[in-house]
Design a protein around this ligand. Sequence first.
Ligand code: ZN
Length: 128
Amino acid sequence: MRILKNISIRIKENYYKVVWRWYLTPIRLNQIDKKYSKKCWRGCQENGTYIHMWWSCKYVQKFWENVFKEIKGITKIEIIGRPEIALLSFMDNIQVSKELKELIANLLTAARLLIAKKWKATILLVNL
Ligand SMILES: [Zn+2]
């Protein structure tokens, strides 16, 4: 991925961990041992699939809405929040400078790192 060329190891590590599904989800833990519930840890009562935990959980959606709002505030560019942009920093269809794309990628990575840091928390911080 071109955007990862000049960025820090920590950002690359987060990107690869997301892509290679390093983070264990409730569904995956339940497959390993039935004593673990399949339900999302954040209390929404949905099954905790990988995409749910990173993107579609209603609590994570509020967080991502805030992230994209903050990005708009910083860059003055409105980006329609989609999982490929938020989780993988795919911005091929966004017409901005290379420097701005790197800034946005760094902001998105900071958001992913925060989700990862609060991975098993029952309540995710929704207000930045
Ligand atoms: Zn959830």
